[in-house]
Design a protein around this ligand. Structure first.
Ligand code: NAD
Length: 502
């Protein structure tokens, strides 16, 4: 690691930060490094324990005002935030590329996801519906009301440095909740730029101070959020290891937890699959973002009658992928985030070989500054232990099957349960995969890959993936508390279930 970044990268980051009106807390604790060449752009000061406490206290104070603002009026803040994100789309995408290493098209897509979820949240602000149920008692009304929950602590991962925050923040704001955000220590600049835009949107729309803040630092800073009883909901995105630490701690204080953890996503390729479409879907899902998406395709389960063809075609496509500086034209695979990702990748490939696997192509280090690896395609004789783990790097393991039951059993036989897909033109197979005895994942697709979800659906997964749901559909319910109300408008006092007490 060298101490200073080349001027063009640093200038580009400085321009983007300036455009967003970002106040950068320079210091000696947290290096803001670009994986593009492994250089440090700036070093930041970590939030102190007192600052964490103060941020939570300000959020709690903001909550007492914000919860009383009508939800459609709260929507005005999110509408303005969406406008500012649109205005600064290019700058934010530049920061995503600089800090997370995504190619510009994917970085712009990530910012678009923030804009989309703001739009969705504004709509939701007028649809925080409760139900009215028929009461069993005459002259009574039975209904439920959704109220703001309290301070939401958001802990996010490096690989979606802004979209995951926006899924949480946009919905939390319209639900009446303040947000204290601890982004990944690997992507602090992008987070600070978003914070500047939220503060501006809040000031312009009259939202209370303290409604949003960012904490800089690593696990211990997050732990303070996790343990603080004033944080009503901890929404944590990251590895299963992190979730295993966070979940029980929040549960011990009866806080609410929303966990979005690792995946080990698979696609089944059936004999009837449209192979042109399949290969394109597989390559984007497996090699896009250099294999560093929670929804990255990691296992390909192919019918034995077509497995050789599919492997040849995916390998051909893999050999044409350009790996390199994401800002360079034509590059589709950027860097791995840190050196340890390469160590994890080589270790997984060694384990795969030891379990009888064959590396068909890729898995090589590209000789340049930063950590660049060619995506690896690996034939496996069976679903060995290494295949059942999430290695956060571009490795696609190929397994074969003979019956759909066998494919589904292999598919579900991993600890994680995030995203899944089947490529088939056979409606019976497609429906079976989506049925109760099909894929056990939170996301199950037909004829598209495992990654690249839209914001309109609820996002999340089962088993070790943590069970949380974020973003679209009725995910907003996690950010509110439900009150059941019974109103007696009669002059009698009948008790439920016919009970007499007189
Ligand atoms: P990570 O678990 O190392 O870190 C995630 C966040 O948790 C960071 O902000 C980190 O500082 C914080 N953290 C770590 N230990 C903590 C603790 N004890 N208490 C509180 N906070 C703590 O993950 P990463 O390497 O940044 O991201 C990659 C992982 O995230 C992969 O496993 C990926 O699948 C997963 N991920 C999941 C989703 C999803 O929606 N399911 C989305 C993105 C990433």
């Amino acid at each position: 690691m060298t101490e200073t970044a080349p001027l063009d990268l640093r200038n580009r980051a400085a321009d983007a930060l300036r455009a967003c009106g970002t106040d950068v807390p320079f210091g000696d604790d947290v290096p803001a490094m670009s994986p593009i060449d492994g250089t440090v752009l700036y070093t930041l000061r970590a939030s102190s324990p007192d600052e964490v406490t103060a941020a939570i206290e300000s959020a709690r104070h903001a909550f007492s005002q914000w919860r009383a603002v009508p939800a459609p009026v709260r929507g005005a803040l999110v509408r303005r935030l969406g406008e500012l994100l649109t205005e600064h789309k290019r700058s934010l995408a530049d920061l995503v590329t600089i800090e997370a290493g995504k190619i510009p098209s994917e970085a712009l897509g990530e910012v678009q996801e923030m804009i989309d979820v703001c739009e969705f949240a504004v709509g939701i602000s007028r649809q925080l519906y409760g139900r009215t149920m028929p009461s069993e008692r005459p002259g009574h009304r039975l209904m439920e009301t959704w109220h703001p929950l309290g301070v939401v602590g958001v802990i996010s991962a490096f690989n979606f440095p802004v979209a995951v925050w926006a899924w949480n923040a946009a919905i939390a704001f319209v639900c009446g909740d303040p947000v204290v955000w601890k982004p990944s220590e690997l992507t602090p600049l992008t987070a600070l730029a978003c914070d500047a835009l939220v503060r501006r949107a809040a000031a312009e729309t009259g939202a209370p101070d303290g409604l949003h803040s960012v904490l800089i630092g690593s696990g211990p800073v997050g732990e303070q959020l996790v343990d603080d009883p004033r944080v009503a909901l901890v929404s944590a995105t990251g590895s299963v290891r992190m979730g295993r630490e966070v979940g029980p701690r929040v549960a011990a204080r009866f806080g609410r937890c929303l966990l979005e953890l690792g995946g080990n996503n698979a696609a089944v390729v059936a004999p009837s699959a449209d192979l042109d479409l399949t290969v394109r879907g597989v390559v984007f899902a497996a090699a896009g973002t250099a294999g560093q998406r929670c929804t990255t395709l990691r296992r390909l389960i192919v019918h034995s009658s077509i497995v050789e063809t599919v492997v040849d075609r995916v390998a051909d496509a893999y050999r044409q992928l350009r790996v390199g500086d994401p800002f360079e034209d034509g590059v589709l695979v950027g860097p791995l985030i840190r050196e340890r990702s390469w160590a994890a990748m080589t270790s997984a490939l060694d384990h795969a070989r030891a379990a009888g696997g064959t590396v068909v192509c890729g898995g090589e280090r590209v000789d340049r500054d930063g950590v660049y690896a060619s995506p690896a395609l690996v034939r496996m004789p069976e679903q060995a232990a290494v295949v059942r783990e999430e290695t956060f790097a571009p490795i696609l393991y190929v397994l074969s099957y003979d019956t759909l039951d066998e494919a589904i059993a292999l598919h579900n036989d991993v600890p994680q349960g995030l995203a899944s897909a089947i490529f088939t033109l056979d409606q019976r197979e497609a429906e079976r995969f989506l049925a109760a005895d099909g894929s056990d994942c939170g996301i199950a697709n037909v004829n598209i890959g495992t990654s690249g979800a839209e914001i309109g659906g609820a996002f999340g997964g089962e088993k070790d993936t943590g069970g949380g749901r974020e973003s679209g559909s009725d995910s907003w319910k996690a950010y509110m508390r439900r009150a059941t109300n019974t109103v007696n408008y009669s002059d009698q006092l009948p008790l439920a279930q016919g009970v007499h007490f007189e």
